[in-house]
Each structure stands twice: as structure tokens, then as C-alpha cells.
Design a binder for this molecule. Sequence first.
Ligand code: GLN
Length: 248
Amino acid sequence: MSPNPPPVRVGHLYPERMNIYADRGNIAVLRRRLEWRELSMTVVEVGPADPIPDDCHLYYLGGGQDRDQAMVADDLARKADPLRRAAAQGAVVLGVCGGYQLLGHGYTSTDGRRLAGIGLLDADTTAGDSRLIGDVVMEATLDGRTDTVVGYENHAGRTHLGAGCTPLGRVRRGHGNNGSDGGEGAVAGRVLGTYLHGPLLPKNPGLADTLLAWALAYAGSPVELTPLDDHLERAAHAVAATRAGRRR
Ligand code: GLN
């Protein structure tokens, strides 16, 4: 490990509005998993009044209901260029649920209103007339490794992917992107969207480490992440998987 790599810079977009199901907890997990390895991160919180910096290594946009999403969508679309630049250079971007929808081309909400997305993912979302709710278990493949990822979904949106991205995973339990094609989430390079809350990362430490490894590589300090004692995380993962199994 190179001595004292500089902190990973994280851009947390709309932390106040887009924080349903404590999605903010994903940031806490990234921070702790770095600190446990004597690495560190700094967080720039970007609200409606702030520009999006183009020098972050990882950007994060959590979930929100239609009302919250509507309040940030225009603002995000107006000022997304630095984020697009960073993503094009290889920065990591993670969007959850409403955040995932806004990383795509757009979201047509339950009342028929069209919210613009920023087109980082070739995905489009339209609300259906029921909500897709419940525990999810999926097999997610990243960097050629397939891992079980668990979480909780609650969305009206049905997301369909274009040719420019691939699903993050295949659902074993739950609905995923649209309840019909078996796909969950989307990946294009290091841009990743998912419907899974929980929050996502506490119960999926492998996924958290993949994102950190990508961010460190992009930051120019590729680091072999030392294994951590993840017995609590694995126990939480197992509980969520069992609960999902019981739902059907
Ligand atoms: N408004 C979106 C939907 O219901 C996102 C919901 C969410 O982020 N939980 O599809």
C-alpha cells in the first residue's frame, strides 16, 4: 500500500432531499470501511444552491419520493455538466432508487409529469399503477465477480434499459427494474444505479469495497483493500436474504 494516499473525495448530491430509508447510511459505510484501513475520505455536500464539483472521485445520489425528486430534478439537470465530465473520466457514480432514475434519461411520475434525468445511464423510467415493494435478493456481477446483493425496494417506477448499459444483477427474489425482465439496476463503466435501499452498503460489504476500489483507482491511488472482519455485515446480509426468501 502506498503511504498515506490522499482522501477519497465524495460528492454527496442533495443529502437533505434524497435520503429516503436513511440512504445517507451508504456514505457512513464508505467512510468507515476506509478508516478501518487507515484510509480516509472527505465529503462535499451539494444542495440546490451549490455547484457540483468536477473533482470528486465518487458521487452519490440517494432515493426520494416523487415530490423530492421533482424538487431536485431541474436543478440537477441544469448543473450536471461537471458530474458528466467526471463520470466520463472514470469517476464512480452511485444512484439509488429516485437517484437511479435521475441518472437515466428521465422519469415520468405517477401524475404524468416528466422529470429530466442527466443521461449517465441509458435507462428510462415510467411510473406504473402499482408499487413494487419488498425485500430483494439478486446476483450482481461487477468486475467479472458475481456476488449476492440484498436490499429493499419500494418504487412506482418501471425502468427499462437501453443498449448503453447492462443490469447490475438478476433478481432471485423481488421485482427489480420493472417486475418483468428479471434485471435489477444498471451499470455503465463506473456509473451504477440500483433500486435497493436498506441502506444498500451496510449489508453488502463486497459491493461497498468494489466502489471504494474504483474510487481509489480513479483517484490515482490504487490500493489492495485489506479484508475486514465482516461477520456483522454478513449476518445482516443473511437475515435480509432469509426474509426475502420468506416473502414468496
Ligand atoms: N419516486 C420514485 C418511484 O416511486 C422513487 C422512489 C424512491 O426513491 N423510493 O418510483
